[in-house]
Design a protein. Structure first.
Lengths: 678, 555
């Protein structure tokens, strides 16, 4: 029995796969104060409702928001920072750019809250750009400042020296001194977390690692104890930002890699679904209550970026390239002072939520519009767990929008959808254009509970002809956890021009990375499972500041020429041109991978009963009046079933709107494929 | 005020089209940044893309730095005047850069494309890029010691770059021969053309979907809506005339002469008029600012003080008028040099905002340092190869009624990143000995001004040419409501033999091995009476090193 548990802001999703491949899932409310409680609660639920014995659980894979929440809520550890003499303010100075261009009353752009000046210490030491020692490390000073920080009550210390990526000796020695003198204090060093140049970015990610480490450690330990107590023998595995799992025992050593745990699992889930449907190029759109997360899967690979943003701060750790735009199901519709209908960026969130939730929401939202337009069945929302009140949705749209605009409630509701869809489509287009990818060549994969109701409209706006709705879009992240491989990654700075690259030297350095990766994989205790190794290099033109990640194929003839050619191809895609001018490697990276079941064909058996439940009038863009739409029950739709829009497909975790002009069919794996007829 | 939107227009379609226009501008900008060659575009983001109505009003603009805001407006107007609509053809492209005919400074080359739908011009798509070089007396084409525009590079009048699909080879040959890096310049021009073409393609799709007449009506409605909202926002400011003045250190040529920027902003019944009477006459050095730059500063200010949710288009600018005295620093006469006008635009924006300090105390902070210390180090490495490294360093922002200023942050019309210490040291034989917040540099106040920074450089080997373009060496950022001024900038060269030279804001000199350069950037102004500062905040500032014990005792 394999279990995947994804903790989101509102719900904790649990997916259970039995040895026959049969999937079951449940959503339980998240318990923000102690996220682990929801996990343990779900184990009880599985035992009681499905008869799953804890002892039969062979895998337990977990996606968590604990690291992100610790930052958002400023609930990380009290940390201290030790820097090179003269540079303790690097973390507070930052890169001097402001995010909100037109603001004049500004807010700090740097995470100085991690360690304010009083908890930032300096020690005499200096390494030069070439790694040479300019000033030897003052070991007595390290001991002294460590004592001061310990006296100040810090739980963790981040050590960030200039050019430590070129020569880590001073950082390593300082770490050993701090550890020897203060064994209870967690120590993290910049050359271990992020061995790459640019001192601000390296310091920030190192400080974040220290900040979340004690929190993650406590959380994972609590979860492990809970699982053991419940009789689950499987080791806990955690999803990393890059889209691979690792043992909790390893994850806690480098917790900064857990920031995008949940969304990464969603992208892995989407890739798995894409493979089952034979579609390699996908744009995934996860529409939640307040935001919409967009990711691209190109030729079967999720796009990865080397630096992400957490709460507005740069975090230089590889992560799936998920881009967020501020529009979702809870987005509020309002009239501006010139009578224009606007949607967002304010959201009703989960509390009070849309007016139709009946929890006191007084503003019209996108979900309210979906109810008025007939898209969403008020009695079958979230599987019927939340009964919606259409009268409230109508009333609020009537009062706030329809009346002042002198139009019908239905037209106003349709307006909300049209405006939101136009806005989201432009956001999605921009995300793909920035990657040098033309959205028209991709299929759209909606996920999350809110995605499928907008899917055909978004596809139409984007010129996309195919939509792939997974069997369970609402719990795709949890399903992705079950499919993901176990993965470990080690990087190193390796600044060399490509022109005079010594292949033997490159192999030696990669071999060193392999030696450091191997024990991490061994700690997974996966037995003799085959490990595949991938090498990557961050490459840029000489004189250019930003790198592109390019695979290294050492097993092929002329690997350096191949690397150069591949770099030019990626550069051409991302930047629109490429010239054979001198380029250089900045960092190299080894990734060790094992397991993963993305290729597994999961058996699909539809439930008994007539999939066609009836018809319901709906209003869609471009139509003058309501049209009758066929209503299908997703669970009962068998492979081969074909139908035409307008139609609504209802299922426990989401609702899919199939606009007129689209055809739908169920494939062998149970995916719902929508195709534009124009 | 214009007539309200025709009643037949569906407000939802109008809003949908607005999102598409913004999306088109963003897609153009993204293409421009993505396809450009030069670092100043790719990393400095010094480029923008816009859509215009056939009458030359901005429909949508995407820019990553406010200094580009609305700067294409006078350029498009010039083209329309020079080449009437009925003489334009499908496949035409227009090009110009001349600051005295509507441009900004010579490195900014504008490309404008008429968009045809059924043989009619329905819009213009336009892109402006700061090119890495346009000739003139120094590489990079921003000489700080120019005294005539002719020294700043090639002046391009309004020209057809492409005529019915045929490129103007004569012009291209002239351009290539007059710039130092012709391939890069042409690569960036091609990126501009690509951006314009994407804008045109999507505008035509939009016209196909909605029809020309309806689309035109929607355009007008969008402009009217933004105008309505801007006027409504301006009406919330009490009518009256609000004055402010501030100074630039000097023009780089006459080092002892301060440059005055004076503005009287009149708010009257939903309009804003900025009168710059009292500002210095035009300068000998390159800090003169042509009208497009003064307008960009005004538009930035209006965006900053009105409702941020108002969609930016020409409608926002309709209620704004400027009086720019002839032959002054804000409206020079040819052939005065204009290349370094960025510092001037920043100060103009600061002055317009400053005028509202008393009347909008919740929205306008004390003065920010409002400076971007711009330096270049150039020399040879031990292996004989040459290096040129640019460095841009901000100061502190002004404190506001409820918040301290932010330390070391870009403000107003620019938004550039600084250079990492490790990037500099990997590039040039220069070591940075210290980079720290500059204690006590923020203006005292109930809310403290943001701090500047201290950075110390040491030349390790050979000789380095240093270009230093500073501000706030002689004129502090003022406080508000009783708050103190931010500290002045100080830059000192400490020669290896012990001699010390104070840099008079602008300087070009040489540094040799062992010489040190110590720059300290200015702080933002404080807000409110310093004696009312919360004791806990003062204690935290002391503990965190933002103020010294002496300063704490003085307060």
């Amino acid at each position: 029995m394999d279990i995947g548990v994804d903790i989101g802001g509102t719900f904790t999703d649990v997916v259970c796969r039995d040895p026959s491949g049969q999937i079951r899932f449940v959503k339980v409310p998240s318990t923000r104060a102690d996220p682990g409680r929801a996990v343990l609660h779900s184990i009880r639920h599985m035992a009681e409702a499905w008869g799953v014995k804890p002892a039969d659980i062979a895998r337990f894979a977990h996606g968590t928001t604990v690291a992100t929440n610790a930052v958002l809520e400023r609930k990380g550890a009290r940390i201290g920072l030790i820097a090179t003499q003269g540079f303790r303010d690097v973390i507070e100075i930052g890169r001097q750019m402001r995010h909100r261009m037109y603001d004049v009353i500004l807010e700090p752009e740097t995470p100085a809250f991690l360690a304010p000046g009083a908890r930032r210490k300096e020690v005499p030491e200096r390494i030069a750009a070439d790694g040479a020692v300019v000033t030897p490390l003052d070991e007595a000073a390290v001991a002294r400042v460590a004592r001061e920080l310990a006296d100040d009550g810090v739980e963790a210390i981040a050590i960030c020296f200039l050019f430590a990526f070129a020569n880590p000796a001073h950082e390593a020695r300082a770490r050993d001194i701090v550890r020897a003198n203060h064994p209870a204090i967690v120590v993290t060093t910049s050359h271990e977390v992020d061995p790459a140049f640019r001192e601000y970015e390296r310091t920030v990610v190192t400080a974040f690692d220290a900040y979340v480490k004690p929190v993650i450690d406590r959380y994972l330990r609590g979860l492990e104890d809970g699982l053991a107590g419940a009789g689950v023998p499987a080791p806990l595995q955690v999803m990393q930002s890059r889209g691979g799992l690792m043992a909790a025992s390893v994850a806690r050593q480098r917790p900064v890699r857990l920031f995008l745990s949940g969304p990464a699992a969603g992208v892995i889930g989407a890739r798995m679904v894409g493979r089952s449907a034979g579609i390699d190029d996908l744009i995934t759109v996860d529409i939640g209550g307040t935001s919409c997360d967009i990711a691209l899967i190109d030729r079967g690979k999720a796009l990865i970026r080397g630096e992400g943003v957490i709460d507005g701060f740069p975090v230089r750790v590889a992560m799936v390239d998920v881009n967020s735009i501020g529009a979702g199901g809870g987005s509020i519709a309002w009239l501006d002072r010139a009578g224009g209908l606007r949607v967002g960026p304010h959201s009703a969130g989960a509390e009070p939520g849309p007016a139709c939730y009946g929890r006191g929401g007084q503003e019209p939202t996108v979900t309210d519009a979906s109810v008025v337009l007939g898209y969403v069945n008020p009695d079958y929302f979230a599987g019927g767990t939340l009964k919606l009140e259409p009268a409230r949705a109508r009333a609020v749209i009537q009062d706030k929008l329809a009346k002042p605009l002198a139009m019908s409630v239905e037209q106003a509701a349709l307006g909300i959808h049209r405006v939101l869809n136009a806005q989201m489509a432009e956001g999605i287009r921009l995300v793909s254009i920035r990657q040098g990818l033309d959205p028209r060549k991709y299929a759209l994969l909606p996920l999350g509970g809110g995605g499928p109701v907008h899917a055909t409209a978004l596809a139409r706006e984007l010129g996309i002809g195919r939509v792939l709705v997974p069997r369970h879009p609402g719990v795709l992240s949890a399903a992705g956890l079950l499919a993901a491989p176990v993965e470990h990654e080690i990087s190193a700075s390796f600044p060399r021009p490509l022109a005079d690259l010594d292949l033997g030297e490159l192999r030696r350095h990669l071999g060193e990375l392999d030696r450091r990766c191997a024990p991490l994989m061994a700690a997974e205790k996966l037995g003799a499972a085959a490990v595949s190794i991938q090498y990557l290099a961050d490459v840029c033109y000489i004189g250019q500041a930003y790198t592109l990640e390019v695979p290294l194929h050492l097993d092929q003839p002329e690997p350096i020429k191949r690397l150069t050619d591949d770099f030019l191809a990626v550069h051409d895609r991302v930047y629109g041109h490429a010239t054979p001018t001198p380029a250089r490697i900045v960092n190299i990276r080894a990734i060790h991978r094992t397991g993963g079941s993305e290729d597994d064909e999961l058996p699909y058996a539809p439930a008994a009963g007539d999939p066609l439940k009836g018809t319901r009038p709906i209003l869609v863009a471009g139509a003058k009046d309501f049209v009758p739409a066929a209503i299908y029950e997703r669970a009962a739709m068998a492979p081969g079933l074909a139908f035409q829009g307008p139609a609504i497909v209802e299922q426990q975790d989401t609702t899919t709107l199939v606009e007129p002009g689209w055809s739908g069919s169920i494939d062998r794996a149970g995916n719902l494929i929508l195709t534009s007829r124009s | 005020m214009s007539s309200p939107a025709a009643p037949s227009l569906d407000p939802i379609t109008v809003e949908v089209v607005r999102h598409k226009l913004d999306g088109i501008a963003n897609e153009m900008e993204s293409t421009l940044l993505r396809s450009s060659f030069s670092p100043i575009v790719k990393e400095g983001l010094d480029a923008s893309a816009s859509l215009f109505t056939p009458a030359g009003e901005t429909l949508a603009q995407a820019c990553a730095i406010p200094i580009h805001l609305a700067t294409l407006i006078p350029i498009v107007r010039t083209f329309i005047k020079e080449f009437p609509l009925d003489t334009m053809h499908e496949g035409d492209l227009f090009v110009m850069n001349d600051p005295y005919l509507g441009g900004t400074h010579l490195p900014d080359i504008a490309i404008v494309m008429p968009v045809f739908h059924r043989d009619r011009v329905i819009a213009f798509s336009a892109a402006m890029t700061h090119h890495q070089d346009v000739g003139g007396m120094t590489p990079g084409s921003i000489p700080t010691n120019a005294t005539e525009i002719f020294q700043e590079g090639l002046r391009i009048p309004p020209l057809r770059l492409r005529d019915r699909g045929v490129m103007n080879d004569t012009f291209v040959k002239m351009l290539r021969l007059n710039v130092r890096i012709p391939d890069t310049v042409m690569g960036d021009i091609n990126a501009q053309i690509a951006a314009c073409q994407i804008g045109a393609r999507r505008l035509i799709e939009l016209a196909d979907a909605h029809g020309h007449n309806l689309m035109n009506a929607i355009f007008q409605s969008l402009l009217d809506r933004s105008e309505t909202m801007t006027r409504a926002a301006l009406r919330e400011i009490p009518d009256g005339t609000y004055r402010y003045a501030d100074h630039l250190d000097n023009d780089g040529i006459e080092l002892d002469r301060r440059v005055r920027i004076e503005v009287a902003v009149t708010i009257k019944d939903g309009t804003m008029h900025c009168d710059f009477t009292g500002s210095s006459g035009q300068l000998r050095g390159p800090f003169n600012c042509v009208p497009s730059g003064s307008a960009a500063a005004a538009y930035f200010s209006i965006r900053a003080i009105t409702d941020p949710s108002i969609p930016t288009n020409a409608g926002c600018f309709r209620p704004v008028t400027l009086h720019l005295p002839e032959a002054s620093v804000v409206n020079p006469r040819a052939p005065a040099p204009v290349g370094s006008r960025t510092a001037t635009i920043k100060r103009i924006a600061g002055c317009i905002l400053g005028a509202f300090k008393d009347v909008l105390p919740d929205k306008v902070p004390a003065d920010s340092a409002g400076t971007l210390l711009t330096m270049a180090f150039g020399g040879q490495r031990p292996d004989g190869s040459t290096y040129v490294v640019g460095e841009m360093i901000a100061g502190g922002s002004g404190a506001s009624r409820y918040r301290d200023g932010v330390d070391m942050i870009e403000t107003d019309a620019t938004n550039c990143m600084n250079l990492p210490v490790e990037a500099l040291e990997m590039e040039a034989p220069i070591r940075v000995n210290r980079l720290a917040l500059r204690a006590d540099s923020g203006g005292a106040g109930r809310q403290r001004g943001g701090l500047g920074v201290v950075k110390e450089y040491e030349v390790l080997q050979g000789e380095t040419t240093l270009t230093h373009r500073g501000e706030r060496h002689y004129c502090q950022a003022s406080g508000a409501d009783g708050g103190g001024a931010g500290a002045l900038s100080i830059s000192v060269i400490r020669r290896v033999d012990g001699e010390e030279i104070a840099i008079p804001s602008k300087l070009v000199t040489s540094l040799r091995a062992g010489d040190k350069l110590i720059v300290e950037t200015s702080g933002g102004g404080g807000y409110g009476d310093p004696r009312q500062r919360d004791a806990a905040l003062r204690a935290a500032d002391l503990a965190n090193g933002k103020i010294s014990a002496v300063a704490a005792a003085d307060d």
